[in-house]
Design a protein around this ligand. Structure first.
Ligand code: ATP
Length: 493
């Protein structure tokens, strides 16, 4: 059996690992069974990037949530009746913690009753088999994979399989979810699931998806790596209508979405992890008029902080552009200081959408030159230490001054570093090494080239230059033949 714990730990970012360790500690203190479930497990097994960590606990997670809050975690959503919460932990780690539960439907499509239960029942209530896998995080069974609906086999077959014939009737939002996973992972729907899916569309079940559920899915799409593919899949099944009827008619602004994703790719390849939810949402709704966009967002009941972040994208980006093209950021030093504090998502939006050359070129310099210089400063710190300067406030100032010089385009050559650092730190240049006396050359033997000249010089006589063997000139050329091998003639084809 593959070692899932090893796979999991090696695939998590250090911040995600730290979050998982803390939650495990808190669960152990509460003597509650803890499992990693859903997307994270699916992504570990299938080798995809792990976006968020969903935990399920057999019991009430509220004590764990309070402790995490004390430690600085931000709760972004809490549903006390479902004993479930979404949170952001240190290092921007997105996570959710929920009590294991069972959904009991009096009849297909009715609102389910919830009963808190065990992990196995919790897995069976989930939407698709690939999301119904868990990894135990309990001391006695750490790393054990729980897969009651055979999701691993579906992951291998690249199939999305719903867990019951009533899956779409019970929760029609799963129509949007099935297409989202299929487009994201390049999977197809398992044949019976596809039949149930088409039947649900014929019965127009999509019309019963609540605006809130549709909004939740749109929020997820704005966080996806390939939002355009998912939106196109929804559009081709006329499911965008559910999200917003005007959007189905006018279409998402696919070009704007692609522009922002090209910028995202550049940022990711330079080691950044931008969260582009707000600019991507703006791009998706880009063809809607202002008033239509506002109405669409409020109908989908976005949480107020997200609503604000989407509405602020354009005015806030404009402010940044204005500042970057004005005198306050004329020097590289001031521009750097300003950009260091600017929100990454807005910078991405400006790079994708602005035609203000000054602002765009400063942002590009920030990412491609200034930030890498800053990242290389630990090397400068080591150099300064090797020069003998003691750590302290003066030391820090020298490093900062050195960085400022580099922003101005100076002190960039490594061979100049020591000299400049000494000057900034007031360290004297080391005394120059006295050149060693040249050993007297051995007297030349009779017959050796140069023997006669040496003898004459020793006797104080005139020195006749040694005869130089003339180079063979290439016929018809006045310059010496090259000493390197001539290039071979290109072969005739
Ligand atoms: P990702 O975050 O990578 O998009 P995810 O699977 O974590 O994928 P979420 O929407 O965060 O997606 O849901 C977390 C888990 O909750 C899912 O993996 C799934 O098991 C379960 N889930 C979410 N929505 C439903 C639903 N409507 N019906 C049943 N299970 C659901």
């Amino acid at each position: 059996m593959p070692d899932y714990m090893f796979q999991l730990e090696s695939r998590l970012s250090p911040e995600q690992r730290a979050a998982m360790v803390r939650i495990q500690e808190l669960a152990a203190e509460s003597e509650a069974n803890l499992y990693l479930v859903g997307g994270a497990v699916r992504d570990v097994v299938s080798g995809m990037s792990i976006r968020d960590l969903d935990f399920t606990i057999e019991g009430n997670p509220s004590r764990i949530l309070r402790e995490l809050e004390k430690g600085g975690a931000k709760l972004t959503k809490e549903d006390e009746s479902l004993r479930s919460a979404e949170l952001v932990l240190a290092g921007e780690v997105d996570a959710s913690i929920s009590a294991a539960r069972e959904d009991i439907y009096a009849r297909p499509g009715a609102k389910p009753d919830t009963r808190f239960s065990t992990i196995m029942e919790d897995l069976r209530r989930r939407d698709f088999s690939i999301n119904a896998i868990a990894i135990s995080l309990n001391p006695n069974s750490r790393g054990l994979l729980l897969d009651p609906t055979n999701g691993l086999a579906d992951l291998e077959r690249h199939e999305i399989r719903a867990l019951s014939i009533h899956s779409f009737t019970n929760q029609p939002v799963r129509l949007l979810r099935a297409l989202r996973y299929a487009a994201r992972m390049g999977f197809k729907m398992e044949s019976r699931t596809a039949e149930w899916f088409n039947l649900a569309l014929e019965r127009k079940l999509q019309e019963t998806i609540s605006a809130e559920d549709a909004g939740g899915e749109l929020r997820q799409v704005a966080r996806e790596e390939k939002p355009a593919a998912i939106l196109k899949a929804w559009e081709s099944h006329a499911l965008l209508e559910v999200v917003n009827p005007t959007l189905q008619k006018r279409h998402p602004d696919y070009e704007a979405i692609n522009r922002i994703f090209r910028v995202r790719e550049d940022m990711v390849s330079s080691g950044l992890r931008p969260r582009l939810f707000a600019p991507v949402t703006v791009a998706i709704l880009g063809r809607l008029k202002d008033s239509e966009r506002k109405a669409a967002l409020s109908r989908m009941s976005f949480p107020s902080s997200e609503l604000r972040s989407v509405q602020d994208v354009e005015p806030e980006a404009l402010k940044i552009v204005k500042l970057l093209s004005g005198p306050k950021t004329a020097s590289a030093r001031d521009a750097y200081a300003f950009l260091e504090k600017a929100p990454l998502d807005l910078l991405a939006y400006i790079l994708a959408e602005s035609n203000n050359g000054k602002a765009v070129s400063k942002i590009k310099s920030y990412f491609s030159k200034w930030k890498p210089i800053r990242q290389a400063l630990p090397g400068v710190v080591t150099e300064l230490e090797l020069l003998g300067m003691e750590r302290g406030s003066k030391f820090d100032k020298v490093v900062e001054d050195f960085f400022q010089l580099q922003l101005l385009g100076r002190a960039r050559k490594p061979e100049d570093h020591a000299k400049i650092l000494r000057k900034l730190a007031g360290i004297k240049e080391p005394p120059k090494k006295v050149e060693e006396k040249k050993k007297p050359e051995k007297p030349k033997k009779k017959g050796e080239p140069g023997y006669k000249q040496e003898q004459a010089a020793a006797a104080g006589g005139p020195v006749t230059p040694p005869k130089i063997q003339p180079h063979r000139m290439a016929p018809g050329k006045s310059s010496p033949a090259p000493t390197s091998k001539p290039k071979p003639k290109p072969k005739k084809k």
